[in-house]
Design a protein around this ligand. Sequence first.
Ligand SMILES: [Zn+2]
Length: 313
Amino acid sequence: MELRQVAPNVYACLQPDWGLGLSNSGFVNRGGGLIVDTFWDLPRTRTMIELYATVSQEPARRLVNTHHNGDHCWGNQLLRDAEIIGHRLCAEAMMKDLKPETLQAMARSPDLAPELRSFAEALLEFDFDGIELTPPTTLIEDRLDLDLDGRPAEILYVGPAHTAGDVIVHLPEERVVFGGDVLFISCTPIGWEGTFSRWLEALDQIIGLEPEVVVPGHGPVCGVEEVRELKRYFEYVIAESKPLFEAELSALEAAKRIDLGPYADWAEPERLIFNVERAYRELRGDQWDAPVNAVGLLSQASELRRHRETSRA
Ligand SMILES: [Zn+2]
């Protein structure tokens, strides 16, 4: 875990190598302190808070959750004295989505389906014990404008893109954007509820803000060129999926046939199945909030990884 200053009084807490659940957080050391996202478990969130304490005397007064996925909010209880801010749909989803106990049990289950074993092994890097879900209580709809010692911070709703309740944090004077999981950089994006059109709009919105520094939810600190590259990835997957959908191939068969080209080097390329399935969902005309079969898609991702390994060998 690394603390990196990205602008005066603005920091990112980064978790290479950006694999499963290794998310980033942000900290603005003004106006009493504003943290952007906690981590997936309490030990990692404690380390993050300790790193922020090396540059600030006081506990942060505010926390923003960019969305409800556990790797961005399951450490919230360690900041329960702060004002916790998030979108209304983020707060709702946090309480009805996957529970920490479920993941803790899954990671240690002796009789898991073979195709879920590598996922479960990755979960063993985390300790989901003792987590009490602590959702935002300051709920936003479109945007919230904060004044941090005379400098603005804008919390902007951009969902439903990666999830229903996605927000980004924009610091216009420092020209910094914390993108949450609307941004996966150098690692393959994965989405839940939402649409590609909203996701692409969210990326355009970030590009339009003309930030100098962009902190993604997963991946290294970057600039707008990497945001454009993510946009090209989605446009490529959407374009490649369409004829395969029309030829009535399953999403998994389609994912096996798509040549990832320059994107094959991104971490976890097998997450392509989530993006092909989303393209299929939209081609079928499904609702944007139709439930995503996470376990089924994780199994298919594991099959896709094996397929890619054997066809490379
Ligand atoms: Zn995440």
